[in-house]
Structure formats: structure tokens, C-alpha cells
Write a protein that binds this ligand. Structure first.
Ligand code: NAD
Length: 249
């Protein structure tokens, strides 16, 4: 039980095949009380109920700061503290540079990058009061290798922005016992990739991965548990690659 009695907020955690829900499941199994924050259409309450008793699902759009504050207020009312935030909500779009419109750019950056800032701003006052907390931000291998697998350049930019934002927050809040780290997943089979890659393309990608398979949501969830728990108590500002060796650098 690595997270006994810790309260963990996970954004974008309602998709049952996604990284967020896999993380919610593993964190609950490690004793955490989990708060899933997701869009109304993703039905966070029903996802949270699948974790068993003592977990909460809250509707919240991470692009809306007031909604983030309201979600955290609900979590604090229910559980009194926030020990862990996983900034997982994200969307992608497989387009090329010259096809990116202003609206595409805003949409993609708003969820991953602005959403990470908003939710971090919403939980930081509680973590400061506690003088403890762990924030885990889900970036992507796309930020490190310049995309090329799935998302467009604006997605790579958003996820690279997440790395910079997380490192800067790590530097700012370390003195208050708050750790901020990133995970850079490789290609993980979830709804985000569903039906968008042909079997031939998947095989070609698999050949470039030393561990010889695409990732599973639980592969990333395990890394989230590590960064949320005291096992990683001396890690802050790090980028943990979970990509099967797809990018060794
Ligand atoms: P997913 O589509 O299953 O999950 C994304 C979740 O975010 C969904 O539940 C969705 O409802 C939620 N969401 C979208 N917009 C939101 C908003 N404005 N506010 C709140 N919630 C919102 O995809 P996934 O593969 O599980 O992705 C999870 C994270 O991992 C994303 O940030 C994604 O960019 C990142 N990632 C995924 C992969 C991969 O290969 N699957 C690789 C690298 C990084």
C-alpha cells in the first residue's frame, strides 16, 4: 500500500481504456482516495464508482479555471486534503504544420498546457498549507522526439510546454515540500489511438521499440504511482520515460 490514505486527483481519468483510469485503479489499489475530474460526457461519477467506495467523480473542464477551482473545492470538502495531482487530461490531432489553424492550436494547447497550469494553480494552495504534495504531469515522447508518430506539431509543442512548466514549478515549490515531475509515455494503446493506426503501421512502430510491444495504460499508471508515492521522495523536476525504449537519449 504505497498511497494509504492519500488523496489523489486525476484529470481526464474517466475514460475506462485511458491512462487516467488505469492510474485511478492502481492508486485506489494502493489505498488512495481518488478524485476523477473529467468532462461531463465522460461521466466521471460512474468511473469513480467503479473504483469502489470512498472515491469521487467530479465534472470539470481543465481549460476553465473556475471549474478547476470548483472541482478542487469539492475534493477538499469531501476529503480535507490533496496529496497528489495527476495532470493527465489531453487531446491530440494528427495534422501537419501547415494545416494547423488558430482554433486547432488553441484547442490542443488549452487542454494539455493551460489545463496543467490551471489544475496545478487550483491544488497548490492546499499543498502549500500541508507543506507536502506530488504533482505528476503527463507529457509525451512526442515532446522529446518532435512528434512524428501520431499527434501534430502543436501537440508536440503543448507537451514540450508541459515539461518546461513542470520543471519551473518543481524549482519554485520544492522548498515547500511539493514535488513536480513528468512522465513521457511512448505509444500507448488507448482511445486516443483507437482506430487511427493501421495494423501495418503498428507493426512498423513495434519494430522500433526495444521492448518489442506498444505500451499499455497500466505501464504508465505504475510510473504515476511511483512518482505519487514516497518511493520517489527525492525526485523532483524529473522526466520519467515510459516508452519501451522507443527513445533512448
Ligand atoms: P484518452 O482520450 O483515453 O484520455 C483523455 C481524457 O482526457 C479523456 O477521459 C477525456 O474526456 C479527458 N479530457 C479531454 N479534454 C478534457 C478537458 N478539457 N477537461 C477535462 N478532461 C478532459 O487518452 P489517453 O491516451 O489515456 O491520454 C491520457 C494522456 O496521456 C493525454 O494527456 C495524452 O496526451 C497523453 N499521452 C498519451 C499517449 C498514448 O499513446 N495514448 C502517449 C503520450 C501521452
Amino acid at each position: 500500500m504505497l498511497l494509504r490514505d492519500k488523496v489523489a486527483v486525476i484529470t481526464g481519468g474517466a475514460g475506462l481504456n485511458g491512462l487516467g483510469f488505469a492510474t485511478a485503479r492502481q492508486m485506489a489499489a494502493h489505498g488512495a482516495r481518488v478524485v476523477i475530474v473529467d468532462l461531463e460526457r465522460a461521466d466521471p461519477a460512474s468511473a469513480a464508482s467503479r473504483l469502489g467506495d470512498g472515491h469521487l467523480g467530479v465534472v470539470g473542464d481543465v481549460t476553465d479555471k473556475a471549474a478547476c477551482d470548483a472541482a478542487i473545492e469539492q475534493a477538499l470538502k469531501a476529503y480535507g486534503r490533496i496529496d497528489v495531482l495527476v495532470n493527465n487530461a489531453g487531446i491530440t490531432q494528427p495534422v501537419k504544420t501547415l494545416e494547423i489553424t488558430r482554433a486547432d492550436y488553441d484547442r490542443i494547447l488549452d487542454v494539455s498546457l493551460r489545463g496543467t497550469l490551471h489544475m496545478s494553480q487550483s491544488v497548490l494552495p492546499a499543498m502549500r498549507r500541508q507543506q507536502a504534495g506530488s504533482i505528476v504531469c503527463i507529457s509525451s515522447v512526442s515532446a522529446q522526439r518532435g512528434g512524428g508518430i501520431f499527434g501534430g506539431p502543436h501537440y508536440s509543442a503543448a507537451k514540450a510546454g508541459v515539461l518546461g512548466l513542470a520543471r519551473a514549478m518543481a524549482r519554485e515549490f520544492g522548498i515547500e515540500g511539493i514535488r513536480v515531475n513528468c512522465i513521457t509515455p511512448g505509444l500507448i494503446e488507448t482511445d486516443i489511438t483507437q482506430g487511427k493506426l493501421s495494423p501495418e503501421r503498428k507493426d512498423a512502430i513495434t519494430e522500433t521499440i526495444p521492448l518489442n510491444r506498444l505500451g499499455r495504460a497500466d505501464d504508465v499508471a505504475g510510473a504515476c504511482v511511483f512518482l505519487a508515492s514516497d518511493l520517489s521522495v527525492y525526485c523532483t523536476g524529473i522526466t520519467l520515460d515510459v516508452n519501451g525504449g522507443m527513445l533512448i537519449h
